[in-house]
Design a protein around this ligand. Structure first.
Ligand SMILES: C[S@@+](CC[C@H](N)C(=O)[O-])C[C@H]1O[C@@H](n2cnc3c(N)ncnc32)[C@H](O)[C@@H]1O
Length: 213
């Protein structure tokens, strides 16, 4: 796709969500459940929260959550799901373009799950800015694709100059200093999952856990 003909990110994502009644499964990401389930709740920031399943799951565990997304359509659904789940008072939904937003508060958890886009998204800059908002002792938890998923099987479909760094490469690009962060970076092949059309897929994940010491 010619970059001049690409839609603006907000238009792209609103269109993406409008195409289906519900895009994602409604279940929280498995890695979030695994890594965060045992943590004491605090303030959480969820970047690219989509239809809100992770934010709602965190709220149900006592976290006070700020969920941010560029799509008003996705956030409308997220707010309704939070209402249905009885946790609306624990979640603040922010309609923002992360490319133009920096956190103003501190958080015990900053989570970005599959913050990828086929249209412009300065992911490393966003994650660097979000890392600065992790409170002392808090966790930066980033999970992303380290290989193109089958539904976006090439670079063009996944984004101009798309970079799918390994967890190790991501840790380097975020400039997390070893004297300030305890870092676990894992790139894992072979996770079985369900894609946006309900299809079974096998994915390679880049998982970065960085705790501010
Ligand atoms: C691949 S989806 C992942 C959604 C969710 N985190 C999950 O794991 O199911 C990427 C999300 O990032 C959001 N997004 C993309 N670009 C964004 C931007 N510039 N600012 C805020 N959100 C953005 C999209 O609207 C979408 O909800």
């Amino acid at each position: 796709m010619d970059s001049e003909n690409k839609p603006r990110p907000s238009e792209f994502w609103d269109g993406f969500y409008r195409e289906r009644e519900r895009v994602w499964s409604g279940k929280p990401n498995a890695s979030l459940v695994r890594e965060v389930g045992a943590l004491a709740p605090g303030r959480a920031l969820e970047l690219g929260c989509g239809e809100g399943a992770d934010a709602i799951w965190l709220a149900q565990r006592g976290w006070t959550v700020t969920g941010i997304d560029i799509s008003a359509v996705a956030l409308g659904r997220a707010a309704q799901h939070a209402e249905d789940a009885g946790v609306a008072d624990r979640v603040t939904w922010l309609h923002r373009d992360l490319a133009e937003w920096d956190p103003e508060a501190e958080y015990e958890l900053v989570s970005a799950q599959f913050l990828h886009s086929p249209v412009e998204l300065p992911r490393a800059r966003i994650l660097r800015s979000a890392a600065a908002a992790v409170a002392p002792g808090g966790l930066l938890f980033v999970v992303g694709h380290a290989a193109f998923p089958p539904w976006h099987s090439n670079e063009e479909a996944h984004g101009e100059g798309a970079e799918l760094p390994t967890a190790e490469e991501l840790a380097v690009s975020l400039g997390l200093r070893a004297d300030e962060w305890s870092i676990e970076a894992t790139t894992a092949e072979g996770r079985e999952a369900v894609g946006p059309e309900g299809e079974r897929v096998v994915l390679t994940d880049a998982v970065l856990k960085a705790r501010r010491v």
